[in-house]
Design a binder for this molecule. Structure first.
Ligand code: UDP
Length: 318
């Protein structure tokens, strides 16, 4: 039986990965310091080590009997990264370095990393391919790119097998026999959960209505979290010692903020209140993935569209 270490397994994406890995027949260990995650989101079938990726002892304990790592743990808010760049360097870059060091001691070579479209920055290309230039526009993107570079260099120096999956906008929820696993961030900054939190007295703020797009709001690529994790599980079978591979995971289609609000309103059967406000710092106008490489290399394609994302978020009651 193959045991996978899921770092950040109490978070939104990590907890869903844990559940799906267990359902796919893997054993799972979770390492999470519960700084932003929720203990009740961790599948009870997983072995849970409470601790930080900055703590070598916790890493050693968590890696016991594992043969591969899915590395989700990290700080992930663009706005916070602008205010606290040192924290992002410490947790994301130093934490990942410590994880790789502990993997080396334990003789574990396979790692799938949660990278981000934020590594590309303000893209000139649409859609964005893995060959597009990487020019992150915020510290969060900088730290994700630094970890990508670290993995590339450790593939050469230590012979690790690394795959970086660059996420676009992840959304949706998973129903389990114990209830729904959904986004529970505090504060919530992401568009889709914020649409469902909106009320007439606290409407959704639409950040910027003067963008160079057809309806003047930003365009993003929303991928269902279940498709995203299917991509991670497929990545486990393409690991090659001494190589580093980078793959975009998105839907391959772009939707404007207004289109996302309209889809949510249609699926929920009520009009989601919104108000137009100024642009948010650091937002690029358009981010849409080319997913041709992931389709080919992982034999993967997303199966769930924006309607399905909305239906699952509505059903989850988030
Ligand atoms: N957005 C918005 N209002 C919100 C949250 C987000 O208008 O309350 C916009 C944001 O400017 C961006 C898109 O929705 O164009 C997606 O933002 P999100 O924070 O979900 O993800 P990001 O693209 O920043 O990773």
């Amino acid at each position: 039986m193959t045991r996978i270490l899921v770092t950040g397994g109490a978070g939104y994406i990590g907890s869903i990965a844990t559940h799906m890995l267990l359902e796919a027949g893997y054993e799972v260990s979770v390492l999470d310091d519960l700084s932003t995650g929720h203990k009740d989101a961790i599948d009870t079938r997983a072995r849970f080590v409470e601790g930080s990726i900055l703590d070598s002892d916790a890493l050693t304990a968590a890696l016991s009997n594992c043969s591969a790592v899915m590395h989700f743990a990290g700080k992930s808010l663009v706005g916070e990264s602008v205010e606290k760049p040192d924290l992002y360097m410490q947790v994301n870059v130093e934490g990942s370095t410590k994880l790789l060091d502990a993997m080396k001691v334990a003789g574990i070579k396979d790692i799938v990393f949660s990278s981000s479209a934020a590594t590309y920055g303000q893209p000139g290309d649409a859609p964005i391919s893995e060959q597009s230039p990487t020019k992150p526009t915020n510290p969060y993107g900088v730290t994700k790119l630094k970890v990508d570079e670290l993995l590339a260099s450790r593939a050469v120096t230590d012979g690790i097998a690394a795959v970086s999956l660059r996420y676009f906008n992840v959304a949706g929820a998973l129903q389990t026999s114990d209830g729904w696993l959904a986004e529970r961030h505090n504060p919530e900054t992401h568009l889709i959960p914020n649409i469902f939190k909106a009320t007439p007295s606290a409407p959704l703020q639409v950040f910027g209505t003067d963008w160079p797009t057809p309806d003047n709001t930003c365009i993003r690529d929303y991928v269902h979290v279940l498709d995203l994790i299917d991509g991670h599980i497929s990545a486990l079978s393409i690991m090659k010692p001494g190589t580093y591979q980078v793959l975009n995971l998105g839907s391959g289609s772009g939707y404007s903020v207004r289109e996302v609000i309209d889809t949510a309103s249609r699926v929920a059967g009520r009009v989601m209140p919104s108000v137009d406000v100024a642009r948010r710092a650091g937002d690029p106008a358009v981010l849409v993935a080319s997913i041709e490489k992931a389709k080919k290399v992982l034999n993967w394609s997303p199966k769930r569209d924006l309607n399905q994302i909305m239906q699952d978020v509505v059903s989850s009651g988030a």
